[in-house]
Design a protein around this ligand. Structure first.
Ligand SMILES: Nc1nc2c(ncn2[C@@H]2O[C@H](COP(=O)(O)OP(=O)(O)OP(=O)(O)O)[C@@H](O)[C@H]2O)c(=O)[nH]1
Ligand SMILES: [Mg+2]
Length: 229
């Protein structure tokens, strides 16, 4: 009887916890995003003076009503080249991946140029077209998608730094780049994805990103069950 009451009590008082893995090239804005999420769901001010992450940062947020009563445990992992090998150890236990792109670092190419650049990655680059770190971004995103352990995980691509005057609009990142990657042969494991604009620095778009994640991890909970806390 004691065990029955105990399990009923634990069931009534525990909450589902989902792990969110935040990835992207160095300088994309991952740690700034984590700070904004912490500040949005806690009472603190965000610490926006970030330094390059060596290792990881982690924070757990509890979402207020009318959100469902769940915890999101957010893992922000360093994006420098030498640290990217660590990412794969997080895939098997994460419930969603956020891939952050610096929208001011994908050059000034047109939609057609971006599409051509991502459709023909091996082609000699046209010196008149600046595509910034787009190619590096594509290779890194493809390697995430190609990993078996990340198969079927909802993926949110955030076109970050939308506050900057030199940023590329989200539609260009979505149509010219992300769609090509997802529809390419390395994107076969993508089940559920979205591309959203945001500014981690100002906080614009951060709540919408968290809401999308919240709905998708719950929708996918049979495939990737939450941890009860
Ligand atoms: N203008 C603008 N700057 C941003 C935004 N997000 C981040 N930054 C700036 O970009 C720089 C890098 O931000 P971080 O959050 O440290 O980048 P990161 O992705 O964590 O980088 P690593 O830890 O090296 O992987 C900092 O100077 C931030 O202030 C944004 O939305 N807008
Ligand atoms: Mg960082």
């Amino acid at each position: 009887m004691y065990h029955l009451f105990k399990s009923l009590y634990l069931h009534a008082t525990s909450k589902e916890e989902y792990s969110i893995l935040v990835l992207g090239l160095d300088n994309a804005g991952k740690t700034t995003l984590l700070e904004q999420v912490k500040a949005s769901y806690g009472a603190s001010h965000p610490n926006l003076k970030t330094v390059p992450t060596v290792g990881q940062n982690v924070a757990t947020v509890s979402l207020p009503p009318p959100n469902p009563p769940i915890y999101l445990k957010i893992w922000d992992v360093g994006g420098q080249h030498s640290l990217r090998g660590l990412w794969q150890s997080y895939y098997a236990s994460c419930h969603a991946i956020v891939f952050v792109i610096d929208s001011s670092d994908v050059g000034n190419a047109s939609l057609e140029d971006l599409a051509a650049a991502s459709a023909n990655p091996g082609a000699t680059p046209n010196p008149n077209i600046d595509t910034g770190r787009l190619d590096e971004c594509r290779l890194v995103l493809e390697s995430v998608l190609a990993n078996e352990d990340a198969s079927g995980v909802p993926i949110l691509v955030l076109a970050n730094k939308q506050d900057r005057e030199d940023c590329v609009e989200v539609v260009r990142i979505k149509e010219g780049f992300v769609r090509r990657v997802f529809e390419g042969e390395k994107g076969g494991n993508v089940r559920d994805s979205r591309v959203l604009p945001c500014s981690a620095l100002t906080g614009t778009g951060v709540l919408e990103a968290v809401e999308w994640l919240c709905s998708r991890v719950r929708w996918n909970k049979e495939a990737r069950p939450p941890v009860m806390r």
